[in-house]
Design a protein around this ligand. Sequence first.
Ligand SMILES: *[C@@H]1O[C@H](CO)[C@@H](O)[C@H](O)[C@H]1NC(C)=O
Ligand SMILES: *[C@@H]1O[C@H](CO)[C@@H](O)[C@H](O)[C@H]1NC(C)=O
Ligand SMILES: *[C@@H]1O[C@H](CO)[C@@H](O)[C@H](O)[C@H]1NC(C)=O
Ligand SMILES: *[C@@H]1O[C@H](CO)[C@@H](O)[C@H](O)[C@H]1NC(C)=O
Ligand SMILES: *[C@@H]1O[C@H](CO)[C@@H](O)[C@H](O)[C@H]1NC(C)=O
Ligand SMILES: *[C@@H]1O[C@H](CO)[C@@H](O)[C@H](O)[C@H]1NC(C)=O
Ligand SMILES: *[C@@H]1O[C@H](CO)[C@@H](O)[C@H](O)[C@H]1NC(C)=O
Ligand SMILES: *[C@@H]1O[C@H](CO)[C@@H](O)[C@H](O)[C@H]1NC(C)=O
Ligand SMILES: *[C@@H]1O[C@H](CO)[C@@H](O)[C@H](O)[C@H]1NC(C)=O
Ligand SMILES: *[C@@H]1O[C@H](CO)[C@@H](O)[C@H](O)[C@H]1NC(C)=O
Length: 806
Amino acid sequence: MSFMLISFYLLFTYSKISDAADTITSSQNLTEDKTLISKNGIYELGFFNTGNSSKRYLGIWYKNIAVQTVVWVANGQTPIKDLSGLLMINSSRSKLVLSQNKTVIWSAILKRKPQNPVLQLLDSGNLVLREANDENSENYLWQSFDYPSDTLLPGMKLGKDLRTGLDRRVTAWKNPYDPSPGNLTWTMHVDNYPEPLILRGSKKFFRSGPWIGVQYSGQPTLQRHPIFEFKYFNDGNEVYFMFVLRNKSRLARMTVNQTTNSRLFFVWLEREQNWQQLTSLPRDFCDGYGACGPNGNCDAKKVQPCECLRGFVSKSPGGCVRNKPLNCKNDGFVKYISMKMPDTTNSWLNTSMTLNECREECSKNCSCMSYANSNISEGGSGCAMWFGDLNDVRVQPDGGVDLYVRVPASELENNRGHKWKIGVIVGSVALAISVLLLVLLCYRCRTQKNSKEKGYFAMLGYSSKEQKEDLELPLFDLSTIATATDNFSIDNKLGEGGFGPVYKGKLEDGKEIAVKRLSRSSGQGLNEFKNEVILIARLQHRNLVKLLGCCIHDEEKLLIYEYMPNKSLDSFIFDQTQRSLLDWSRRYHIICGIARGLLYLHQDSRLRIIHRDLKASNVLLDSEMNPKISDFGLARTFGGDQSAGNTERVVGTYGYMAPEYAIDGNFSAKSDVFSFGILLLEIVTGKKNSGFYCPNDSLNLVEYAWNLWREERALELIDECIVETCNLSEVRRCIHISLLCMEQHPQDRPSMSSVVLMLGSDVALPQPQQPGFFIGEHSHGGFSSSPFKSTSPSINGLSITVLEPR
Ligand SMILES: *[C@@H]1O[C@H](CO)[C@@H](O)[C@H](O)[C@H]1NC(C)=O
Ligand SMILES: *[C@@H]1O[C@H](CO)[C@@H](O)[C@H](O)[C@H]1NC(C)=O
Ligand SMILES: *[C@@H]1O[C@H](CO)[C@@H](O)[C@H](O)[C@H]1NC(C)=O
Ligand SMILES: *[C@@H]1O[C@H](CO)[C@@H](O)[C@H](O)[C@H]1NC(C)=O
Ligand SMILES: *[C@@H]1O[C@H](CO)[C@@H](O)[C@H](O)[C@H]1NC(C)=O
Ligand SMILES: *[C@@H]1O[C@H](CO)[C@@H](O)[C@H](O)[C@H]1NC(C)=O
Ligand SMILES: *[C@@H]1O[C@H](CO)[C@@H](O)[C@H](O)[C@H]1NC(C)=O
Ligand SMILES: *[C@@H]1O[C@H](CO)[C@@H](O)[C@H](O)[C@H]1NC(C)=O
Ligand SMILES: *[C@@H]1O[C@H](CO)[C@@H](O)[C@H](O)[C@H]1NC(C)=O
Ligand SMILES: *[C@@H]1O[C@H](CO)[C@@H](O)[C@H](O)[C@H]1NC(C)=O
């Protein structure tokens, strides 16, 4: 028995070695019928062809990905024309040789003459030639990572080794069927101030901008991107760009593609068996190199994106020239905020100088045109200066540097006028918003007055026997509830809901309850109120909080609900420590639950209830984290007539209200859908819509999400603590659905039944349009969801500092 096991084991290990080796030695070779497979089973080296072509190439691809995805090619320019390809190590000539029919068609020169070499395909996708007993990467005799094709894998360096002259650059394939080098090259431009660059032919095509301490100046990502991290290394000997993944077991690649003229970043979605494109550069007109010519400034948000920098006027055929010569001694600087650094070709860098020293140094030299901090982290440090024309400058909406551009002192004198204009703009925007608010307030006053006019109803006396007969709902005694809540003790208060405070209580039998003490006055008579409560009590769904009973005593009206031990959703998703308890599968479960609960209210229940105040704090979580919508039906019962509000409050919460509801008071099931869209976005991002703060920008969460969506960067929205656990395609779908729910026009939003369908299946989703409540240039007349924030519009990233001439 044990013999059989051992021989079986031997047989098994033997077959494993022969079938899936990751190395060959100098006495072995690699032919058409063999491949090398990295130990982790991810990468495979062998011969392949493209499309129908009979040309054979030696290359590396992903072993388990059905669509051939080649990450490295040896002989892109010299394909093998038959099946006689042979790869072997020729130790005597210190070469790795690929031959066809005994003719050498490609070879790699080794650093030294090898003793006992092995060729190994590593888990990283790197094909290395090393001494059999030496695994130190410093001592590799040769590695494919030093000679990239069109793909950069995690951990691969893009840049130069200044000691050896090795230049690692990524070059696009000519076309999907021809791996020979095309004319799009991604390289590290090494000068005083290095920066990655994409060349088209020999012309600059896109600049990443130099590293500014936390990111590359021209390719902002969220400073902590949930999935990857960009790195920059420069020690004087080596300068390189690199990306690494936060979760090393993800598959990702960056590639330059000549067909699309872009640099693309893909991650593999295991569940979808598909590559998801994370980013694509260039993104817009302004990303194109020198879009506005020398000394021009490109602002993609404008209809006419090109403008001359201050102190310059446009010239033909393009770009800008100084309108007045510099005085040299008495010049000042105009500050542009949130900018991409100019082309660093004629620049100078000192990483230890401060901004003041930098200004001083720049002022001294007449040909210094501009300066900036070279490192924006921790308040800024370092000094970069530019000489001659400023090329390829643009406004970088999310994250960028403050760029100081030299102008004659006389130019600065106009500032006062300019400032005055800015004042007028700010003033009129503020005025417009105040008027809008005033209108809204008056509207509220009016509706409040209406309900006052109806007056307070005298409480009707009733015999409790009678009532108990019609009620399917238990009636509690006030004394029972008072005892259970310790006389509504402040210690038992759970919170203040829309219609009054909520207390925790414990009945005599030990059952825990939540008691909502409704604010005293309502526009309704007692009977109507009771009827409504009975109706609400009949609404039973596992995603709605269950009403256990009620208590009516004189002016006191109490609703008794089941108690939810995990409080409300907002106490998780917006809390620094609690948020990580809700991983993606839980959040998805919650999203689907809320959708089903809302669908029930809208369609399936007999009442067809519009919630009107759906928000994170109105979603409670039971002990198993199942979501339960609370406060449903109260708007109808307690909120008086069909317009918004009663004597005590307006139904609805800023940040969740649909535009047509907030502005005109029109509500419908579709206004609940809008609130659901906001809530969905909040759950995915872990950020509050109201009070969302995006540095350097006055965007609200919805706008921010929309901008990222348009740039195909939606995945940057994901709450960083769920990224590792989430299913990216599911999250992306949720963001998509949320944008559909937030459309400006109610008729464009899906119904909750469509939402439930979209969440639960792979039905194709329509493209979303710009969401409602969009401030900024593309506004459709909505106003900010947080009306107090939009009073400080950003003015094209321009602000002026008046400098006393030195
Ligand atoms: C390739 O290696 C095999 C053994 O691994 C050997 O039998 C064969 O002769 C080699 N072919 C050439 C052309 O060296
Ligand atoms: C491959 O062959 C098929 C059928 O022979 C043909 O229709 C197709 O155009 C070919 N594709 C390429 C890229 O040559
Ligand atoms: C190495 O190359 C030399 C010169 O081309 C050749 O003579 C020799 O046979 C090669 N060695 C092997 C092992 O193929
Ligand atoms: C390979 O070599 C043999 C003999 O030298 C020759 O007959 C054959 O045509 C060659 N094949 C190719 C594709 O060059
Ligand atoms: C470049 O992109 C096009 C369009 O997406 C795609 O068809 C092609 O396969 C890509 N080229 C390479 C070399 O991957
Ligand atoms: C790049 O190559 C394509 C086709 O290979 C060609 O049409 C284009 O003009 C080239 N562009 C440059 C800048 O060389
Ligand atoms: C940028 O500044 C931060 C904080 O001062 C420092 O930790 C970091 O090393 C700097 N980065 C570079 C590239 O100089
Ligand atoms: C950078 O600036 C510091 C402080 O002004 C100075 O001591 C240092 O010599 C400068 N380095 C270079 C390379 O100019
Ligand atoms: C000004 O800067 C340029 C470029 O670095 C340099 O060539 C020139 O010597 C400097 N002039 C002075 C006066 O420092
Ligand atoms: C990393 O990703 C893999 C596959 O995508 C996943 O199974 C694993 O849980 C992730 N690791 C962490 C630490 O989240």
